[in-house]
Ligand binder design. Structure first.
Ligand SMILES: Cc1ncc(C[n+]2csc(CCOP(=O)(O)OP(=O)(O)O)c2C)c(N)n1
Ligand SMILES: [Mg+2]
Length: 665
């Protein structure tokens, strides 16, 4: 399509009209950003973005990330205008209403073409970094014929001001992700007013300092925008394109002010905007010749898709490529079976972080989609295996990312890789710093990605580093996040079982909470012929040891406290008190079991005792109000782990008397 402004301007104004009308109808939403970025987006979609509306999942499409997610009407307008099956004009009419895929902020699970869920400022751009990493990795493995696309981002002042932006662009600059191009909506307005209320930063200098190429353009001059985007594409570095824009452009009395950021324009201003824009059409009506121009913008992408399909058909790597893009769950059982059977034959007393590394050995060897990493704690998280060589700017084929001390950036990048497809990312840090990643973990869950978080040093059991490093509330608080499986395995076999489960739930992310300290192997009996079907952790909780006759007590424990529960049970049994031990590596999976299974494990006629070296809040749902909850509801302390467990009451000598006294009452 030519850069004829007479043709492009009505196309851009269609975005403006749809955006202001949808926000008006909902009486809620953000018209300013889509109206301000309509011209830049029109040049991007008509001249640069590689996309095929008929195939939103096409592997070699360019990725478009609307990091400034509040401007959701921008992407809804673009998807409708270019001819995606959804949203329909009725969906747009119902913007922000129950049942419409045009939600307040773009949701990847509601609309094909929305690559990721955005709205939490800064994370869209940080996920785009992960998408660009995935592209370079798959390109290195499969070559230009099959993988050769760009990642485009529209980000606002807010995305660039967030702390995660520093982590994300540092990683992108270091990895020289030249196919990542960020259009910055440089409108110098945020909610509170002009940006000079809160910042004096030289953003361009910061990007240059992190290894980025920076250019700028008049965000309302089609030729200038096109020039800047072409320059960004040509530069081997990731690019920031500062698009100088007027927020709410076209609304004559409100443009350029924060008043247009997040509220309907109002009937009078909508009339005035129609006049200013020369848009005489009814709300939600786009004249057919403008729609036809928009549809023709998709032609080059359609042709590119056809050519790509031909290359795939002819490629010697076709089968491998399709396997790379397919779900990995079917590969997991055979990858792990032999290893677990070996553990049954030769038990090992190791930390579960070490057990995780041991499980990752055969898993990463058999499953090329696994790309690991750590936020500068590789030797502590035990995340690297011989199969995962470093991914670097010189060799993107590597499968291990040195994320640096960028926990939030790592988590967001992993979301981006998972959403890109072809990669199943896992990454490590200390469990205590899960809080640094927390909103990205939440987005893993909301976006239904299979990211795996390897969170080691999971309790006071880490010892001397003290309370700043000792998780207390983290395990329980992560359990609060919907669609997130939190695993706390108790030994080598459970750790491998939990890994196998984590890699078998492509739409549910997982956290593995792992110990620093060694733990005895409790499993093995009955595991000589282990198969995925006999994976005991799959039910979330299971009876590890059955008590003797006259069972009066059920001890429910996780991770490092399961061995302690076994010890307590032995003391009770010696006194003639039957005590079961239930290992509960994943409460989420347990909660999903049939009532009869749960009632059999946690019967009403027994005293239920939970033991977990962390917050007790929440354990009542398993122990009942008359049960006993052994845990830690204060900060830890700095000392050797054994001393801490004794000090905080995690010994059979301290726990058994409490059980006996409860039984008497
Ligand atoms: C992490 C986060 N903090 C706060 C918000 C609330 N919020 C939404 S938009 C916005 C201002 C963003 O300013 P800018 O990116 O410049 O957008 P513009 O006003 O230019 O459209 C804020 C604070 C959010 N969505 N995410
Ligand atoms: Mg702004």
């Amino acid at each position: 399509m030519s850069l004829d402004a007479a043709r492009l301007q009505p196309m851009a104004n269609a975005i403006r009209a749809l955006s202001m009308d949808a926000v008006e109808a909902a009486n809620s939403g953000h018209p300013g950003m889509p109206m301000g970025m309509a011209d830049a987006a029109t040049v991007l979609f008509t001249k640069h973005l590689k996309f095929d509306p008929a195939a939103p999942e096409w592997a070699d499409r360019d990725r478009f990330v609307l990091s400034a997610g509040h401007g959701s009407m921008l992407i809804y307008s673009l998807l409708y205008l270019t001819g995606y099956a959804a949203p329909t004009i009725d969906d747009i009419r119902n913007f922000r209403k129950l049942g419409s895929p045009c939600a307040g902020h773009p949701e990847n699970f509601l609309l094909p073409g929305v690559e990721c869920t955005t709205g939490p400022l800064g994370q869209g751009l940080a996920m785009a970094v992960g998408m660009a990493m995935a592209e370079r990795h798959l390109n290195a493995v499969y070559g230009d014929d099959l993988v050769d696309h760009r990642t485009w981002v529209v980000a606002g002042d807010g995305c660039l001001m967030e702390g995660i932006n520093h982590e994300a662009i540092g990683l992108a600059g270091h990895l020289k992700l030249g196919r990542l191009n960020v259009l910055w909506d440089d409108n110098r307005i945020t909610i509170d007013g002009a940006t000079d209320l809160s910042t004096s930063e030289d953003i361009k200098a910061r990007y240059i300092a992190t290894g980025w190429h920076v250019t700028e353009c008049d965000g309302h001059d089609f030729a200038d925008i096109d020039r800047a985007l072409a320059e960004a594409k040509a530069d081997p570095r990731p690019s920031l394109i500062a698009c100088r824009t007027l927020i709410g452009k076209g609304a004559p009395n409100k443009q350029g002010t924060s008043g247009v950021h997040g509220a309907a324009l109002g009937a009078a201003e909508v009339v005035a905007a129609r006049e200013t824009l020369g848009w005489a059409h009814e709300p939600f009506v786009v004249p057919s010749e403008i729609l036809a121009d928009w549809h023709s913008a998709a032609e080059p992408g359609r042709a590119a898709h056809g050519a790509w399909a031909g290359r795939l058909e002819a490629s010697a790597h076709k089968d491998d490529f399709l396997a790379q893009m397919a779900p990995i769950a079917p590969r997991v059982p055979t990858a792990i079976e032999g290893y677990i059977r070996g553990l049954a034959a030769a038990p090992q007393k190791v930390a579960t972080r070490k057990a995780s590394e041991m499980a990752l050995g055969p898993l990463t060897a058999a499953i090329p989609q696994l790309v690991g990493g750590s936020a500068d704690l590789t030797g502590s998280n035990n995340t690297k295996t011989p199969s995962t060589l470093p991914m670097t700017a010189e060799d993107y084929a590597g499968r291990y990312v040195y994320y640096g001390i960028r926990e939030f950036g790592m988590a967001a990048a992993m979301n981006g890789m998972a959403l890109h497809g072809g990669i199943v990312p896992y990454g490590g840090t200390f469990l205590i710093f899960s809080d640094y990643c927390r909103n990205a973990i939440r987005l893993s869950a909301l976006q239904q990605t299979g990211v795996v978080y390897v969170m080691t040093h999971d309790s006071i059991g880490l010892g001397e580093d003290g309370p700043t490093h000792q998780p207390v509330e983290q395990v329980m608080s992560l359990r609060l996040i919907p669609n997130l499986n939190v695993y706390r395995p108790c030994d080598t076999i459970e750790t491998a079982e939990c890994w196998a489960l984590a890699l078998s739930t492509p739409e549910t992310p997982s956290v593995l909470a792992l110990t620093r300290q060694n733990l005895p192997q409790l499993r093995g009996e009955g595991d000589a012929d282990w198969t995925m079907a006999s994976n005991a952790c799959a039910k979330g909780g299971y009876r590890l040891r059955a008590g003797g006759a006259g069972r009066k007590v059920v001890l429910v424990a996780t991770g490092s406290e399961v061995a302690l529960a076994v010890e307590c049970a032995e003391v009770l049994e010696a006194q003639g008190i039957g005590a079961d031990v239930v290992s509960m590596p994943c409460t989420e999976l347990f909660d999903a079991q049939p009532e009869a299974y749960k009632a059999d494990l946690l019967p009403h006629d027994a005293l239920i005792v939970s033991i977990e070296a962390g917050s007790t809040l929440g354990w009542e749902r398993y122990t009942g109000r008359s049960g006993l909850n052994i845990g830690l509801d204060s900060f830890g302390a700095s000392a050797p782990a054994e001393d801490l467990f004794a000090h905080f009451g995690f010994t059979a000598e301290k726990i058994v008397p409490q059980i006996l006294s409860k039984l008497k009452n």
